[in-house]
Ligand binder design. Structure first.
Ligand code: ATP
Length: 877
């Protein structure tokens, strides 16, 4: 029975399915459209292929067919009445079409049209764009307007109509009108128009490639302190430097070297490893006069000048500004210029050696570092006369070219080699890179030496090298070499001024660029705080944390306008950040009715951090309303005036919360502060709120798991124990730093050793004074209200109208006008926190403007008109 029952519907459906196609009219319009598209696609593809073939054939058969065509007196006759045989592969129609397209049309360029027709057909069939119509039309225009006349002009005497009637016509006209020379100019102009305006071709790479094909030109360097004028010497130097790029120790040099043996294995003759130094300046007592130099031009992406020194087994690469060389060095020296070719370089004359810091790029006094404007809405117009701090507020350090002591390098190299040998580790090659405070010796171990062996011997090697602050990186990530970082005897201070003046800082497009210092290869380390997105700093006392925070703050002050950035500063130590109070009305954000712009009281920190959470939530609401995913998109929309300020939209500045001495905060406020900070760290990135936390004590009860998990970027100055290093970086190493701004930065998967830029307190004072003396906003940026529950209770008990909120009167007016005593309305209209709006409502009640609270309903409004209200307020106050 069951089987019979279930069969019926099946039959019905089958019938329906069969009857559907018969109806015919019920075909889905989408399917019909697709079928039409397919049909047109196939027709176009066939026509395109047919005409393309006919044109190709026309190239070989045109003479025979053309005779018939002309004798038939018209294409129509040729197609339908002519009986003579046709040579074109596509028959009579092909011959006629090709004749019209090529001879009477645009010559060989007509292929552009027929190929496009076929490709368009394929586009239609495929439903995707194999050939972009817009692009192809530009090519067709180039073909018709340039190729046709060009071919007609170039092959004027040929019988085949390469340029077609169009090309011939244009050339005849222009030859008559402006002559042949004029025609050439015209053709070049048309070509340039297409190349640079229509196609926007960039010829730079082509020029570069062309130049790189020209053999490197060597130019004698004259008028530089360390060069000699004697051509003879230069020629000798040139001889010696043939093939310097792939330098290999010369055979004689190898022979000179002593053969060394491993202790206890006297038969084992050892080869001296190759030693290379990438560093900077040599000792002062080096006499420049005895040296010879050649400059070799070589196009490269980035301007970077290097001095190369080769001697025996040693290969030195020095930035060219650091050139004080000894006469003891009989090296062959070449100056390798690695910069994009300029006219000057091509001349090979005006070469001048400059310092690393490129002072030419330092903006002049009074000049500021860019703020982008020109958009319809410019937030910086809030303070139109605001001037950015100038670089002359920062101290100019003694030239910060990094120096190295050659003897020291040699000594360290030998010690590293012999120490490793004493552990049975052979080396193939050793390279030294001299940084501001440490030198990195990069070692390529001999074949068969396991890196884990070196890693296990890390402590023994450090002990044998007996230098303070040795760090072994085995292996250097991504390189397969082993790094040994040894502190320099002569440490250099990295000047903040040089970093802020660098091209990388001035011309970057980062949202929150911070200039932290220099890497070991002397490259400026400038990162975007917005991508970090939060930063955890730790280090024992006196190792450079405060300087690090100042470097970050100063970088931001030099780059961001007060309308674009606000700081919330928390300083339980009370002395570190107090210096910034002068910029309260420009850059600081704080709770309403708060007096101290720099927060030092733990209770207030809790309120402020919670207020930031509210600000974050409010911002998310705005983003949701504005259909933006992050602050950048939102602000872009606002700037383009696509968000209505009447709906509560406003330009959102970045907010950076800086907490110096987090340990103290955690000790006193614990979870109360940890939780909102963790919440901010998890969510606030997209709405432009970033956190920088510094602590002296990187222990696990301060940097808890929840904090650590949300702070991917970490900065470690020297710490006292390995365990602290592990807490902050999840790796050792910070305990082996040498202090005074020497730090390890872990960002993404990288762990970099950086020398922090130095900015002294008087410098910061000058900068904040410079900013503070300018016109600012009327008050600091107000964060939403947040008050602890306890405070609320106390306030509710006694409402003191003499201490009424500054928004009191406005709120009163709003309540009377709308005749609604709703707290949430006040919150919405005036962008107030819940507690503040509630407090104002209590004050309105105490002033007799609204009635008592009645559950969740709005309160009754006791005054009906604004006039009445004014009189009431006058009487009251
Ligand atoms: N980048 C740097 N370059 C050169 N010297 C530095 C650098 N950073 C710090 N120093 C030196 O170290 C000293 C201490 O630095 P800083 O005050 O920043 O330490 P700190 O870690 O903040 O100490 P504390 O936690 O006790 O405040 C500075 O006065 C300065 O002499």
């Amino acid at each position: 029975m069951a089987a019979t029952k279930t069969k019926k519907p099946t039959e019905n459906t089958t019938k329906k399915a069969q009857s559907a196609p018969k109806a015919g009219k019920t075909v889905d319009p989408a399917i019909r459209k697709r079928n039409i598209r397919l049909a047109i696609g196939f027709i176009c593809l066939l026509l395109g292929s047919f005409f393309t073939l006919s044109i190709i054939s026309y190239c070989f058969t045109w003479q025979e067919d053309q005779n018939n065509l002309i004798s038939s007196q018209g294409v129509f006759n040729f197609l339908f009445h002519d009986k003579s045989p046709v040579e074109n592969w596509c028959g009579r129609l092909g011959a006629a079409a090709a004749h019209l397209l090529v001879f009477k049309g645009v010559g060989i360029a007509s292929l552009l049209f027929t190929v496009w027709l076929g490709a368009w057909g394929v586009n239609l069939i495929n439903g995707s764009k194999i050939i972009q119509t817009g692009k192809w039309i530009r090519w067709m225009a180039l073909g018709f307007l340039f190729l046709c006349p060009f071919l007609s002009f170039t092959f004027a005497s040929g019988s085949f109509p390469l340029g077609g009637a169009l090309g011939n016509g244009l050339v005849n006209w222009s030859n008559g009108f402006i002559g042949k020379a004029g025609s050439i100019f015209m053709l070049v102009t048309v070509f340039c128009f297409f190349a640079f305006i229509v196609f926007q071709w960039d010829i730079k790479p082509l020029l570069h490639r062309a130049k790189s094909l020209i053999p490197a030109k060597r130019v004698d360097v004259e008028d530089v302190p360390f060069s000699t004028d004697e051509k003879k010497n230069n020629e000798e130097a040139e001889e010696k430097f043939k093939g310097y790029k792939n330098y290999q120790p010369e055979p004689e040099a190898k022979e000179d070297k002593q053969e060394m043996t491993i202790a206890g294995n006297s038969n084992n003759k050892l080869k001296e490893p190759e030693f290379e130094i990438n560093g900077l300046q040599a000792e002062e007592d080096y006499e420049p006069e005895d040296l010879e130099m050649t400059m070799i031009e070589k196009p490269m992406e980035e301007s970077n000048k290097t001095l190369e020194i080769n001697k025996g087994g040693i290969h030195l690469e020095l930035p060219q500004e650091a050139l004080f060389l000894t006469d003891e060095l009989e090296e062959d020296i070449s100056l390798k210029e690695e910069m994009p070719e300029t006219e000057e370089n091509e001349e090979g004359l005006d070469f001048e050696i400059k310092t690393v810091e490129e002072p030419a790029k330092v903006p002049a006094n009074g000049a500021h570092i860019t703020v982008q404007s020109g958009e319809p809405y410019d937030p910086s117009l809030d303070l139109p006369n605001y001037k950015f701090p100038t670089l002359d507020l920062l101290d100019e350090m003694e030239q910060s070219a990094i120096s190295f002591d050659r003897e020291e390098l040699e000594k360290n190299k030998n010690q590293i080699i012999s120490t490793l040998r004493s552990f049975g580790i052979e080396i193939q090659r050793i390279t030294a890179t001299v940084g501001p405070t440490v030198t990195l010796y990069e070692i390529v171990p001999a074949e068969g030496v396991r890196i884990s062996k070196i890693r296990n011997l890390e402590d023994d090697i450090a002990l044998n090298l007996a230098a303070l602050g040795i760090r072994i990186i085995a292996p250097i990530p991504g390189k397969g070499t082993i790094g040994i970082e040894v502190p320099n005897t002569n440490k250099q201070i990295v000047s903040m001024r040089s970093l802020l003046a660098s091209d990388k800082f001035v011309n970057n497009k980062m949202s929150l660029p911070i200039a932290l210092g220099k890497k070991i290869d002397n490259d400026n380390y400038i990162v975007d705080l917005a991508t970090m997105p939060h930063l955890l700093m730790a280090g024992a006392t006196g190792q450079g944390k405060s300087v690090g925070i100042n470097a970050i703050l100063v970088s931001l002050l030099y780059k961001k306008h007060p309308s674009q950035l606000k700081f919330v500063m928390v300083d339980p130590k009370k002395v570190e950040l107090s210096i910034y109070r002068l910029i309260e009305k420009h850059y600081l954000a704080m709770l309403p009715n708060e007096e101290e712009p720099i927060i030092t009281d733990t209770k207030k920190v809790v309120n402020t951090v919670n207020a930031l959470c509210i600000e974050m939530d409010n911002r998310y609401e705005l983003l949701k309303d504005g259909g933006a995913r992050n602050i950048k998109e939102y602000n872009d929309k606002f700037i383009k005036r696509r968000l209505n300020p009447n709906n509560g939209h406003k330009y959102l500045p970045f907010i950076v919360l800086v907490i110096d001495e987090f340990a103290d905060l955690i000790m006193t406020a614990g979870k109360e502060v940890e939780m909102p900070i963790a919440r901010l760290a998890q969510l606030a990135r997209a709405v432009g709120i970033h956190i920088i936390i510094a602590t002296q004590r990187p222990s696990v009860n301060v940097i808890t798991g929840i904090i650590k998990a949300n702070f991917p970027a970490r900065m470690a100055f020297k710490v006292s124990a390995k365990v602290d290093s592990r807490t902050i970086l999840d790796a050792g190493g910070a305990d082996q730093l040498i202090g005074r701004g020497d730090m390890l930065v872990s960002h993404g998967s990288e762990l970099l050793r950086i020398q922090c830029a130095f900015v002294d307190t008087p410098e910061v004072e000058r900068i904040v004074e410079f900013i503070g003396n300018q016109q600012g906003y009327s008050s600091a940026f107000e964060l939403p209200e947040y008050e602890g529950a306890e405070d609320d209770r106390v306030e509710k008990e006694s409402v003191d109208l003499s201490k009424r909120d500054k928004m009191f009167e406005e709120c009163a007016r709003m309540v009377v006008n709308s005749q609604s005593g709703s707290t949430s309305m006040l919150q919405r209209k005036f962008n107030l926190g819940y507690n503040r709006a509630g407090r104002i409502m209590d004050q309105l009640e105490a002033a007799g403007i609204v009635g008592g609270a009645s559950g969740s309903k709005p309160r009754d409004v006791l005054i009906t008109t604004e006039y009445e209200l004014e009189r009431h307020l006058e009487e009251l106050f």
